[in-house]
Design a protein around this ligand. Sequence first.
Ligand SMILES: NC(=O)c1ccc[n+]([C@@H]2O[C@H](COP(=O)([O-])OP(=O)(O)OC[C@H]3O[C@@H](n4cnc5c(N)ncnc54)[C@H](O)[C@@H]3O)[C@@H](O)[C@H]2O)c1
Length: 701
Amino acid sequence: MTTDSNYAIHGSTAVIYLDNPPVNSLGHALRVQLDAHLRAAIDDPSVDSVVITGRGKLFCGGADVKAFNTPMSRAEPSSRSIIARIEAGTMPVVAAIHGNALGLGLEFAMSCHYRVASPGARLGLPEVKLGLLPGGGGTQRLPRLVGAQAALRMITTGDAVDSREALELGLIDELIEGDLVEGAVAFARRIVSQAPHRVTSRMRAEPVDTEGSTTAFFAAQRAVLERDRRGLAAPRECLACVEAAYRLPFDEGMAFERERFDVLVNSVESKAMRHLFFAERAAARVEGVAPDTAQRPIRHVAVLGAGTMGGGIAMSFASAGFQVSLIESKPEALERGLGNIRKNYASTVSKGRLSQADVDARIARIGGTLDFQAVAQADLVIEAVFEDMAVKKEVFEKLDAACKPGAVLATNTSRLDVNTIASFTRRQQDVIGLHFFSPANVMRLVEVVRGQATSPEVIATCLSVVRKIGKLPVVVGVCDGFVGNRMVSHYAREAEFLLEEGATPQQVDRALQDFGLAMGRFAMTDLAGLDIGWASRKRLAPTRPAHLRYSKVADRICEMGRFGQKTGAGYYRYESGSRTPIPDPEIDAVIAACAAEAGIERRPISDEEIVERTMYALINEGAKILEEGVVQRASDIDLIYVNGYGFPARRGGPMFLADTIGLAKVYARICQFHATHGEWWKPSALLQRLAEGGKTFAKPE
Ligand SMILES: NC(=O)c1ccc[n+]([C@@H]2O[C@H](COP(=O)([O-])OP(=O)(O)OC[C@H]3O[C@@H](n4cnc5c(N)ncnc54)[C@H](O)[C@@H]3O)[C@@H](O)[C@H]2O)c1
């Protein structure tokens, strides 16, 4: 007989608590305890039913992700043998869910006879987000409970449903409004009195919905996944397993699921996605910023400049409930900016993602004004005016004079020196970079640029506020272009050189897309516009080192007035009203002329060379960034690339990619490129040291 506090008897119902803070993950120690409690209940003649619930704020957050791929994940009592015990018994077991039942937590709940839940509880199988599938029976049990359509949606997106939707779907049996344990015990009493009670989800051999069970249904769903989740194995395998639930008897379906899980858990895709999962947690730990660092309260945000970035930034804050003042210098720019905001929100309504009432409330939180003095009320100011140091100087001097003491002063500059910008104020400790990505209302990444004087309090405040608006903050130091844009310029350089050496824009783009990038380099540039890069090249031309080669292709294209999609032509041409890039012989001629002028004999270029030249350029620069201490760890760079630049998550980011290939191989190839293509390819000293020492970016020591 167990007597500890995680086992209690209510009348003839045993109540078992899952107790493993912080998320009650089903690690080995918890399984040992749970198994003992279940045996105690089954062996106790005065007990006729069991309620299992979670201690603390939630039912169960899932498996112990850290134990994946280790023997402990399957050590006895395994979750399978615990489930077998529930299924073998005659006693009804009720899972009482509050907070979260995720992953293995939900799989376990589904293997109980009944499920009840509190309002607001979230139930989901997020494994696909880690490149996995639910390997604890989820793919076999969920379709039996909710049907193929809903099961497939939940399993292939990994998105949770709340308890109300779960009730509608048949995933839970009852919503308990009051005290959960009391309600669950009362539910168990009713079940016992209505014997015979239901068997568990394993025994329901027949699929619940026949509509979803047809071969045509799965073929159509497979085609959708191939289109929307290109190159990803996990969603495909999830679908194969759900289909198996309709094809195979339960035990064979379980064996199929286990086999597919084992393939995924050892795949690069899943290792990459788990790497990114842990990278996000690591990025929250910032040197010199203790976890208990005081934060400044942020309620009112002022955004300066209602252009491309300012509008999106204002939307992000308003959507998260902040009061926003959007400050412009020109009435027509303010009108245009507010108009764009309204248009963007209207499109969200038309797609059914937000209600008109929601949007009205959000728009009402944005106050557009031409009065600079509105900054005086703000707890946080984000400057998004023209990228020109003279303009930034004027603005920051005015901010210094007008803002209240303690206000956080942020700049959204893409490349300018945040320390110089801070020096325009007498409060350098309050100045920081918050580098949003375009479109700012959509993109998740924010580079948090720490100046030499930025206080830990200001960094902690910004990390927290960026998370509150649903974005991912990654702290970086000051250097030209910070991390993302600094690296991307090396990638862009190689893409351009490849054109001169013999490739076409469409070949480069296709090779990069096949590799997994969301868009190829040149289609992307056409979308973003070529004029900004042209202006900055002209500005920087006098300071260019003479020993480095520069391609003239982009300049020539700009001189033709081709600035990308907005002018109907760039590296490609575009039919009016269309965004589809069409290869253009005029551009082939420009490229050939540039190559001839530079004395380059064009040759056939392989797709492999395109990928190596562009990716290794990223890796080499990433290593230099790391060795300069601009970021704390290699995984920060991976987060920036995956969340800001369309780098495929299944490859884990450029630094993870390098580790996967092997640093010795990467270094050797970079040395070859150095010998063939010159000084741009000077290998990073850190890369050399790690390669020669047999180390990785993930474990450099
Ligand atoms: N566009 C991008 O993709 C991108 C991405 C990240 C960062 N950034 C950076 O964000 C900043 C803004 O870029 P953008 O693309 O939104 O520029 P933009 O030209 O679209 O908008 C700038 C706006 O600022 C307004 N403005 C100028 N001076 C002002 C002042 N003193 N007070 C108030 N408003 C003023 C202008 O009227 C204009 O509407 C720049 O520093 C840029 O480098 C841009």
